[in-house]
Design a protein around this ligand. Structure first.
Ligand SMILES: Cc1ncc(COP(=O)(O)O)c(C=O)c1O
Length: 416
């Protein structure tokens, strides 16, 4: 098949004539993934209204940090202790935003000044997660960017930025990053934990949303940030976040947070002024279901991987077939998480998204992986293959590849 402009335009018209209607923009589980947790809908009954540790699940008392059984379970996920773990309601993003809001109002640690200086800055990695950017922007943080590398955040850049006293920390995804799939190396964990910072409030907000989301036995597991900070003499530097949004139900799971005991005492005190406690019945339902799942959480995640791996393989196969060797794009081959990140060689990401939309394929908006939706290279595209059926992933990827070819040929024709 020739790839000159007029031939690509013909192929594109043929694509449009198919009348596709595909959505590969958001990282959501598929219904088969949710089905793995349907047992959770019926696993509790009237016999379960008191937890094994003796907490009445229907009444208020029980504490802000969650029931003991849930704290134990999610401490295992974060590889920390139960009394360093808070389990909340659904959404780790909500826990992140509560943490930041309290830090802005009162300081994160006892005696710390509120983080409301002007300017106030939070380092972010790019390409990164759009909702981090939206949240930080809403809270008035400037967002100096550092590249996400295959070893995690570019630490030379982070260390340089941390010398600015208006920088309050870094938000990033340590494991199978959204969207690149990269995991922070042990060396970078140690550097982040120990580096000098001009602002004593500097906090590592590590959103470990994909910590247990391996796609195969080639597991990438970051070394322990909380223990590394402790060892470096900065025990209160890190807040870890996670959730079961891609484990059980995306909209009806549990969020959790891990940090030093001192930080946790402070956060539970502040959050305790907001509400009496999280939904304990939901927490117990999760614990009961996940502990009883064959081989526990590990078993459930392996079952998710069986459903998800073929979709990621399909992305790789179609992109290799259609774009391999063309020099028009490069893309990631993630070992876990929820996304593939593709960079076009030419600055055509917006054009690719527009062409795909016209052909009935909805992609994540170009620029979404950068603060303020401003991708300086106009090159990054986030591919989210988890929710659509595999045939749709294949069709969508072939359409995407054609749009990359056409947009690049248009660009070359215009720029000579
Ligand atoms: C990195 C990252 N953090 C957080 C979330 C959302 O988490 P939650 O549903 O727990 O708020 C997502 C969802 O895509 C994500 O990719």
């Amino acid at each position: 098949m020739t790839n000159d402009l007029s031939s690509l335009r013909n192929q594109y018209e043929e694509l449009k004539a198919l009348g596709l209607s595909l959505d590969i923009q958001r990282g959501q589980p598929a219904d088969e993934n949710f089905a793995l947790s349907h047992g959770m809908l019926t696993c509790v009954g009237p016999a379960d209204i008191v937890s094994p540790s003796g907490v009445g699940l229907c009444n208020y008392p029980g504490g802000l940090a969650g029931i003991a059984e849930a704290r134990e379970l999610f401490a295992e996920v974060l590889d920390i202790e139960a009394d360093e773990t808070l389990v909340g309601n659904n959404s780790s993003l909500k826990l992140l935003s509560d943490t930041l809001m309290w830090a802005l109002l009162r300081g994160l640690r006892e005696g710390e000044a509120p983080w409301n200086s002007e300017p106030r800055k939070m380092i972010v990695t790019v390409p990164g997660y759009d909702r981090h950017f939206t949240l930080l922007e809403s809270l008035g943080f400037e967002m100096p960017t550092v590249p996400m590398t295959t070893e995690g955040p570019d630490l030379d850049a982070v260390e340089a930025l941390a010398l600015d006293p208006s920088v309050y920390g870094i938000v990033f995804v340590p494991t199978y990053s959204n969207p690149t799939g990269d995991t922070i190396s042990a060396a970078n964990v140690a550097r982040l934990a120990a580096m000098p910072t001009a602002n004593p409030a500097f906090t590592i907000l590590a959103d470990d949303a994909y910590r247990i989301h391996h796609l195969s036995d080639d597991r990438h597991e970051p070394s322990n940030l909380l223990r590394a900070c402790e060892a470096a003499g900065n025990p209160d530097r890190v807040v870890l976040l996670g959730s079961t949004s891609k484990v059980t139900f995306a909209g009806a799971g549990l969020g959790f947070l891990g940090t030093s005991r001192a930080n946790l005492a402070r956060l539970t005190q502040l959050m305790g002024s907001e509400y009496i406690g999280p939904n304990k019945l939901e927490q117990y339902r999760h614990v009961k279901f996940l502990r009883a799942y064959p081989n526990g959480l590990e078993g459930l995640m392996a079952d998710h991987a069986k459903l998800l791996r073929p979709k990621f393989e399909a992305v790789g196969q179609v992109l290799n077939r259609e774009l391999g060797g063309t020099g028009l794009a490069r893309w990631t081959d993630p070992k876990g998480g929820y996304f593939v990140s593709l960079d076009t060689t030419r600055p055509v990401a917006k054009r690719v998204v527009a062409l795909a939309a016209e052909a009935g394929v909805t992609l994540t908006p170009a620029g979404a992986s950068y603060p303020h939706r401003l991708d300086p290279g106009d090159s990054n595209l986030r591919i989210a293959p988890t929710r659509p059926p595999i045939q749709e992933v294949e069709t969508g990827m072939a359409a995407l590849a054609l749009c990359v070819k056409l947009a690049s040929a248009e660009y070359d024709a215009e720029h000579g």
